[in-house]
Structures are given as C-alpha cells and as structure tokens.
Design a protein around this ligand. Structure first.
Ligand SMILES: [Zn+2]
Length: 402
C-alpha cells in the first residue's frame, strides 16, 4: 500500500483552519491534571463530528477514538491536560483566549500538547473520508493526567483496559522532527534519624541534619560518577538533591529527623533497583530509609490508579520498522527525510515503551521549548503538516518491511 500523498495533503490543507479552530476551542476549556472532564466532553463532540467509527471514555477518563479495524493496532496519543499558567503577568494576552492570528495559535497547551490533539482529530477525519481499510486498527487516544504523572494514563490503558498496541506515536511537540527516545526519571526520598538533645549540649545528641548534609555531598559525588550510555544517544543519567529538610523538638535542639528528596534522570540501561542501590551505597550507614514515593491522586472520574514515581527510559533503534515507517511517511508527504532525534523532557512513552516494551516514535506540532513557558504558541503550518503525517503513517507503515 502506498501513501496517496496528493489527496492527504489536499485534505490537510482544506481542514487547516478547522484544525486551528479546534485547538482554539480546546484551549478555551482549561484542563489541569485531574479536572479534564469538560475538555474530554468537547473532544468527544469534535471526534463525533469528524466521523470516527467509535468514540468512548475509558475507566480513568481518557477519550479513545477509533478508525479502521485491521488486525494490528496503531495508537496515536495526545495528553490533553496542561500545566497551570504560572505568573499571569508574564502573559501578554489571556492564556485561555485561544487567539489565532498570523498563522499562530496562542495559549496554554498550544504546543504542549493540545495542538497534537487537534491535528489527530483532523487526521481521523481524513482517514475516514478516504475510507481507510488497511492493516491497522488506529486508536487515537486523548489521555488525562500526564502532566502530573507521565505514562499513568497509558499504564492504565495497557494494564486495565487491555489496549495493547503494536506501535504507538506520541504527538508531544517535536517541531515536526521524528523522535525515537528520551531519558527516564524517578523520584527518591531518603530519611535520616538522629538523637535529639538540648542545643546547649550537642555532644549528648546525634544530628540528623549533619547526616543529611554528608549524604547530600555524597549524592553530588554520585552524580559525577554516573556512567554514560553505550552509544551516547540519550546522554548521561543525573541525580540532584531537589529538597532538603531537618527538624527536631525545637530550634534549640539537636534535630532528630531529616529528609533528602532526589530527582534522578535515567539513561539507557539504568533501572529503579540500580538507582536505589547506588544511593544506598553512596550514603552508607547514615541512611535510615530510602524509598520511591507513589502517586495516588484521583482522576476527574474519581478513579485512583496508584503507581510509584518511576518513569522508565526508552528508545528504539534508528532502523526500527516504526522509525522507517515514519521516515517514509515524511518523505512521501514533504519530499525530504525528517531529522531523527530525541526529547529532552518525558512523555507517556515511559509507560508504552519504557514499561511495556511497545515501540514508540514521536512526531508533533509545536516546539518543546514552548512547553510550560508563558506566551505559549504553536504554528498553524505545523498543525496542518502533523495532521497529514498521522493520516499517512498507517499507509507508510504497511509499506516498510518488519
Ligand atoms: Zn506534554
């Protein structure tokens, strides 16, 4: 099966304004993690209008929209929650205006990553209109809670809803480049115990603050000693102390409790067990306890789906069928190879590829640098091209050998 690039490009162009308008409408309905209900309802309406063959909401509250009924499953994902706006005075216009002007859509989430969602709706419309009946069942997933706990909605889809795709695409911003991996991450909490004594006689006590301080410096040394990854694609892992606390019965006493919070970025080959053991070794007997905290906030539907704050590293090889399929779709549409690279930040692929080993690629409108920044924008040109890419991908994939 070949890509009918002429038809797909013509349709993406014809729906260009509609795609931008859909993004604008979505931006006007704020959706922070755990409160996405109203935006999900709007998406359900937009997907209904676009002609998806099946539209449903899963147990967590993500929206799933299907095209095709082939034997293999291709998932195309956008998280539809956003972070908050931060200091409003740094925005030159209302972050929820969804203003469209001069080929730009303005507002919170325009790049990260509601633009991907808008392009996906148009891709579904295009595939429906050209009567896609190929090898793939294509699930367009509009997922919740990613900004709070990346991967959680997809851990839920795979483990609870039993939606196990053969391939997945994340539509997080890549500036229309093709991405094939990113570092993982985890959070680690270390606690320290001392013995309290009157501040006038410290020799009677044992300070938990001093233990935590020695430990913090040990973490700094651990960071410098972390090994690089084998091929240098993802870069070295890192660890930092992100928070430090010490307290005791009063400010005139030797503190008997202390805590260090660590942010650990994981490169290829680094796992949760390995990272925890490194911390144990680095800190030594001063350490009372080390643990990986858990996330347990309810979704907008009230579902609590708990997981530890561990987001595994993932990558796929440059010659993987899915990467070649993405390159082929790009070539057929735009007459050139895409730049193949990786994200700096983390995405839902930590669950799809990192936990479950399902191959992922990334291709999305907008820029990673816009994510979480004031005056966030995306380009209407990107939205149009991304919608064409998602429509072309299932055809291109069928044409490349496994
Ligand atoms: Zn994002």
């Amino acid at each position: 099966m070949t890509v009918d690039s002429t038809t797909i490009l013509a349709k993406a162009k014809a729906y260009r304004e509609a795609t931008a308008e859909a993004l604008s409408r979505l931006i006007q309905v704020p959706a922070y993690s755990g409160t996405e209900g109203k935006r999900i309802e709007l998406l359900r309406m937009l997907c209904g209008e676009a002609g998806f063959e099946e539209v449903r909401i899963d147990g967590l509250g993500s929206l799933l929209a299907r095209i095709g009924s082939g034997k293999k499953i291709l998932a195309i994902d956008a998280h539809i929650d956003t972070v908050e706006v931060g200091d409003r005075s740094q925005w030159s216009a209302d972050p929820f205006s969804g203003l469209i002007r001069g080929g730009i859509v303005y507002g919170r989430g325009s790049s990260d990553q509601t633009g991907g969602a808008a392009s996906m709706i148009t891709a579904g419309r295009i595939l429906r209109e050209i009567g896609y009946a190929g090898d793939y069942t294509i699930w367009f997933t509009f997922t919740v809670m990613e900004e709070d706990c990346d991967g959680l909605p997809w851990k839920y889809l795979i483990e609870k809803e039993k939606l196990v795709p053969d391939f997945a695409v994340s539509t997080e911003p890549t500036s229309l480049r093709l991405y094939r991996g990113h570092r993982g991450r985890m959070e680690i909490e270390c606690t320290f115990q001392g013995v309290s004594a009157h501040g006038s006689a410290p020799e009677r006590g044992m300070s938990a603050a001093y233990k935590a301080s020695r430990a913090a410096l040990a973490v700094e040394r651990l960071n410098a000693a972390l090994a690089a990854d084998d091929d240098g694609f993802l870069g070295k892992g890192t660890v930092i102390v992100s928070k430090m606390e010490a307290h005791g019965p009063s400010q005139c006493a030797v503190p008997d409790q202390a805590m260090l919070y660590l942010d650990r970025r994981l490169t290829w080959g680094e796992t949760l067990e390995m990272a925890v053991e490194q911390v144990r070794q680095a800190i030594g007997p001063d350490l009372a306890e080390v643990r990986v905290p858990r996330y347990a906030k309810p979704s907008w539907k009230g579902t609590v789906y708990e997981q530890e704050l561990y987001f595994p590293t993932w990558k796929i090889q440059a010659d993987h069928q899915l990467v070649r399929g993405g390159v082929e779709a790009h070539r057929a549409l735009f007459g050139a190879d895409p730049i193949v690279d990786k994200w700096t930040f983390s995405t839902n692929c930590v669950a799809i590829a990192g936990r479950h080993g399902i191959p992922c690629i990334g291709f999305g409108p907008g820029d990673e640098s816009q994510a979480h920044a004031p005056n966030e924008i995306t380009r209407v040109d990107d939205l149009e091209k991304a919608s064409a890419f998602y429509a072309a991908l299932p055809y291109a994939l069928a044409g490349v050998h496994p």
